[in-house]
Ligand binder design. Structure first.
Ligand code: SF4
Length: 448
């Protein structure tokens, strides 16, 4: 059955109860056809509807899981070309490349770096997701030893890159039950590599030199029963790669073209650092599901991980922190009091600057549904009355003797309202940018 709004509507209860968040069943059916809502939002959908609509509305990009149970990485399952249409689902997995030509000592050292690698930003820990091992020696034993060292050393799922079938099978045996990703089935070896994927229940990369060849290859693998596929269509330059990625994703999402409905793997290796960051950023934006890099340098991975975090944040659900009073340092009864919103980025910027200033302070975080200062103010969620209510509800007034509160400079206009709503308090208009807080805090501390 084609997934049209009318076809879906015929299977819905037609009671227009609105519990799905949409006023009518017809409107819900249209959204379902556009894949912007999920059938699960209708609590009254029949089993027949679940079976028929569920199958027809399955994500057009297959969900593929890589890695050992408990540490698996999911890629794919995307439904939209642009984040603002709904949200992107599974963040691009970063894979660091190793080779069986590296000494075991070098592998031990580098894999430990991958295991420990962690950047913290707005309360989230950003890590390396996968490790790729390339069979550069062409030998079986060196490959197996390197694969074991990398899997054990990193604790991550592994991508096995070899064109030696014997080496691939030996490595798959060594990683039994760990769902490594096989790289790669090609038009020349698809039957044999497909058989390995089925035998070891492992996902497989389909790699071809042209779009037509890739389509034939995935059809061949699917006909053989291999469904957990990742696409690799290498290009001569980043612009061509971007074009390939875009064509593949558009065909899958806009034309429901199943042979290309799989996650994409891109390499950003063998480049100088600026080129690596530029190319990898391009692929991250459109539409790499797995990105292989060959560096662990912070100056490369930090911007890439931040970019990934920004792209894969749900635009409808800003990252938030709990609204309450946060002590920064060990504030006392005379320490400065500051206020801002519960948008995570704002909280971490302000708390970081307060911490760096060395002046202990009470930071009041107001519930604004994750909106930033100006957006919260514009939508009536960060007003003098709301801030006053938050301060009173927090119990802060019983812990402090000095009643001065610093508000963000962007909302200087609420200072009068806040003073009215918080009798006995003096309102200080702070800087617009958190980076300018330190001098003000030092002055506030000196006033005691
Ligand atoms: Fe119709 Fe189901 Fe939405 Fe109610 S919850 S309006 S029955 S689609």
């Amino acid at each position: 059955m084609a997934l049209t709004g009318i076809n879906i509507f015929k299977l819905l209860p037609k009671t227009n109860c609105g519990e799905c968040g949409v006023p009518t069943c017809m409107a819900f059916a249209m959204k379902l056809a556009g894949k912007t809502v999920e059938l699960a939002a209708c609590p009254y959908a029949s089993d027949e509807a679940k079976e028929k609509i569920g199958a027809a509305s399955k994500p057009p990009i297959r969900l593929v899981k890589i890695g050992p149970p408990g540490g698996e990485v999911s890629v794919g399952n995307e439904t939209v070309l642009f984040r603002h249409e709904k949200t992107f689902v599974n963040p691009t997995a970063f894979a660091v490349a190793f080779s069986d030509g590296q000494s075991l000592e070098d592998l031990r050292h580098r894999t430990a770096e991958v295991r420990q690698y962690c950047l913290e930003r707005v309360g989230e820990q950003l890590r390396i997701d996968l490790a790729l091992v390339e069979n550069t020696t062409g030998g079986v034993q060196p490959f197996v030893e390197a694969v074991k060292a990398v899997a054990g050393g990193t604790g991550r799922g592994v991508i096995l890159q070899s064109d030696n079938l014997e080496a691939l099978e030996a490595a798959l045996q060594a990683l039994a039950g760990q769902r490594p990703l096989i790289h790669a089935a090609t038009p020349g070896n698809a039957d044999a590599v497909g058989a390995l994927a089925l035998k070891y229940k492992a996902p497989v990369v389909a790699r071809a030199e042209s779009l037509d060849a890739l389509v034939s290859l995935t059809k061949r693998l699917a006909a053989a029963g291999v469904h957990d596929i990742v696409l690799d269509l290498p290009a001569d330059n980043p612009a061509a790669q971007l074009q390939y990625n875009t064509v593949i994703r558009k065909m899958a999402l806009k034309s429901s073209f199943e042979p290309l409905g799989y996650p994409i793997l891109n390499f950003a290796t063998g480049r100088d650092l600026p080129s690596l960051v530029a190319d990898a950023s391009t692929f991250l934006l459109k539409y790499a599901s797995i990105l292989v890099v060959d560096t662990l340098q912070y100056q490369a991975l930090l911007p890439l991980m931040m970019l990934r975090q920004n792209i894969y944040t749900d635009p409808q659900k800003p990252i938030q922190v709990e609204p309450k009073v946060y002590p920064i340092g060990e504030p006392g009864q005379n320490s400065p009091v500051l206020v801002t919103t519960n948008f995570s980025l704002t909280y971490f910027l302000v708390s970081g600057e307060v911490e760096n200033s060395g002046v202990p302070a009470h930071l009041v975080i107001v519930e604004t549904e994750g909106m930033s200062v100006l957006t919260g103010w514009a939508s009536g969620k960060f007003t003098g009355a709301k801030i006053a209510a938050a301060v009173k509800a927090s119990g802060l007034e019983s812990q402090i003797t000095r009643r001065r509160i610093v508000i963000p400079g962007y909302v200087a206009q609420i200072s009068g309202e806040l003073e009215e709503c918080l009798p006995g308090w003096e309102v200080v208009v702070g800087p617009q940018e958190a980076s300018d807080l330190a001098p003000l805090l030092k002055l506030e501390a000196a006033r005691v």
